[in-house]
Design a protein around this ligand. Structure first.
Ligand SMILES: C[S@@+](CC[C@H](N)C(=O)[O-])C[C@H]1O[C@@H](n2cnc3c(N)ncnc32)[C@H](O)[C@@H]1O
Length: 294
């Protein structure tokens, strides 16, 4: 049905070449690390407003064309448009019609967070029926359990939550952390998010897991405090919101933050220092979990 063309490109040309290919008639274009899967693989992290300035030194630009499209002409046109003397070396591959739903689903397997906690997509049977199994599918909101920051928070909750404790999940996304807290034995659990769609998604997920938790927009002012506060957002909002979130931690209560890159730890620790002394509790794939007690 389609032809997929993979071109080699240097960091300084990959983005422009990708745009030029779309402009010239490619159906879709993506850029990947040409060293992915090798020792030289380089993860790229960015925050809104602070996206990575460069791509990988060795990039792969992958363009998709209709099977009968004259893709050689498109490659020549796009290469010329970005100032290349010739079309970069490329390979082609025929892409057959697929069951895309099945293919997508096959990329999401159950995720074991700890011995007693699993995240299980709805199309899978829980590998351990005695464990706490949270049913969650990829959807509109962030939080399927596959991201290191979510896992760092889930691991912490498994350890931190005591029966009946109150929990605030700040930046709840899919609701995964709050749902896990309820299933781990927490009492009153509140999830808040700045994105109304995330609040809706979290509500659906809570219902699907037969979990009772409160969910609301983060713009609604809070006055109560919580035994446990978990916030997996990003460094900048975590710094700006430090006084507001810290004020929701009950005296003696515990807090964990993630969405913070290793090199940003000091920035967040400093911003929180007037309220809670934080320290790095765990790290995974370049991300850290900061934790402390008020
Ligand atoms: C990285 S996701 C985390 C989702 C989920 N808690 C998890 O751990 O997988 C961050 C969430 O924080 C929300 N968020 C970002 N900035 C926020 C803010 N200033 N106030 C409240 N929520 C915010 C986003 O909408 C998003 O749903």
């Amino acid at each position: 049905m389609w032809t997929s063309v993979t071109l080699q490109a240097d960091a300084n040309k990959a983005e422009a070449l990708s745009d030029a290919l779309m402009e010239a008639g490619a159906l879709s274009v993506s850029i990947e690390d040409a060293d992915a899967g090798t020792e030289a693989e380089t993860p790229q992290f960015g925050e809104p407003g602070h996206l990575p300035t460069s791509l990988w030194d060795h990039s792969r630009v992958i363009a998709l064309f209709d099977r009968d499209a004259a893709f050689e002409t498109v490659l020549a046109e796009a290469s010329k448009a970005v100032g290349l003397d010739a079309v970069p070396p490329y390979t082609t591959e025929a892409v057959e019609e697929q069951n895309w739903v099945q293919l997508t689903q096959s990329q999401f397997d159950p995720i074991r967070i700890t011995e007693r906690l699993w995240i299980v997509p709805s199309w899978h049977t829980a590998p351990d029926s005695d464990a706490i199994n949270i049913e969650l599918d990829p959807g509109m909101a962030f939080g399927t359990g596959s991201h290191p920051t979510t896992r760092l928070c889930l691991e912490w909750l498994c350890d931190a939550v005591q029966p009946g404790q109150s929990v605030l999940d700040y930046g709840c996304g899919s609701g995964i952390l709050g749902i896990a807290a309820v299933r781990l034995g927490a009492g009153d659990v509140l999830g808040v998010d700045i994105d109304e769609k995330a609040v809706e998604a979290a509500r659906d997920n809570a219902q699907r897991n037969a979990v009772a938790m409160r969910l609301q927009h983060s713009g609604i002012a809070l006055s109560e405090t919580f035994d446990i506060v978990v916030a997996n957002i990003l460094t900048n909002p975590l710094c700006v919101l430090a006084p507001a979130i810290a004020a929701r931690v009950a005296p003696g209560g515990r807090v964990a933050l993630s969405g913070v890159l290793e090199q940003q730890s000091e920035q967040v620790i400093d911003a929180w220092a007037p309220y809670v002394a934080l320290e790095v509790g765990a790290a995974s794939d370049g991300w850290v979990r900061l934790e402390g007690r008020r």
